[in-house]
Design a protein around this ligand. Structure first.
Ligand code: ADP
Ligand code: MG
Length: 250
């Protein structure tokens, strides 16, 4: 750690958020805790925090270069990131390019079906409720966001997909699906927040046809496939080729 931090503001499943002496900024510490199935399954995985912090930093810098606003300001040590403090919108945006996971449990769509255009779903971010899928009418009923904000969120998420999908493809990785969290900074700007890592993206190795061996994301942990950190390390190796020296903000 090379930057001094203030009070712990929030401890989540994968990260801790600390106050920072700089106005409008907070520090994010990436932990080695792995959780799945709404934290019913837990483990400590050495190096996960470092790998996810590094991968996220590279991907946020990529998005920034493509003109997509994010909370990212820079790294501050191996497992620390400086970000703009945002009011996180309690909605998880999930974009799917290929059908798998809960979509195939909840619908008759066969595993591996290509979704073009990508399927975009909104989920209510609430662990106690199990992050339920939001229908249009439930979204209106809960009055969580305006119609205009919803359009902004969906357009931003599709732009992220339009940047990340070809980027990963160039690293021989298929971006199967991913989850985004978005927030509003003090100026009211909508930013991509949280993290973008193998915890939040499904990534398949395009060089591999075996349906288990190709998995390079948190599904290795969910499905007890082993080699979780090796997979995250492989993603990091490929991603950091495009961003060898992430910005240091300490
Ligand atoms: P969770 O257990 O909710 O998944 P995480 O450990 O992933 O939590 O992350 C910690 C919390 O930090 C999450 O609630 C996330 O929404 C929040 N967060 C992410 N980015 C920011 C930010 N820029 N400002 C404030 N909070 C943030
Ligand atoms: Mg999280």
């Amino acid at each position: 750690m090379t930057i001094s931090h203030g009070d712990l503001l929030y401890e989540g499943k994968a990260k801790r958020i600390f106050a920072c002496e700089r106005d409008g900024q907070v520090l994010v510490e990436f932990k080695n805790d792995a959780t799945a199935f709404n934290a019913q399954k837990k483990a400590q995985l050495d190096e996960k925090g470092r790998l996810n912090c590094r991968i996220s930093s590279c991907l946020f810098e990529l998005l920034e270069r493509e003109g997509i606003p994010t909370h990212y300001l820079g790294m501050a040590g191996d497992t620390w990131m400086v970000v703009q403090h945002v009011e996180v919108i309690p909605i998880e945006v999930v974009l799917r390019n290929i059908a798998t996971g809960s979509l195939c449990r909840e619908t008759p769509l066969p595993q591996g079906t290509t979704l073009d255009p990508a399927l975009l779903d909104l989920y209510y971010k609430d662990d106690a409720l199990g992050d339920p899928l939001l229908t249009d009418s439930r979204l209106a009923l809960l009055d969580l966001i305006s119609g205009e904000m919803r359009q902004g969120i969906e357009a931003l998420a599709r732009r992220v997909n339009a940047v990340l999908s070809p980027f990963f493809r160039a690293q021989a990785l298929q971006l199967v699906d991913f989850k985004l969290e978005l927030g509003l900074n003090a100026a009211g700007e909508l930013l991509v927040a949280d993290e973008i890592s193998p915890d939040t993206c499904r990534l398949w190795d395009l060089a591999c046809t075996d349906s288990e061996a190709r998995i390079l994301d948190k599904d290795r942990f969910r499905k007890d496939l082993g080699g979780v950190i090796e997979a995250y390390g492989e993603v990091c190796k490929r991603v950091q080729g495009a961003c060898p020296t992430p910005r240091n903000c300490s």
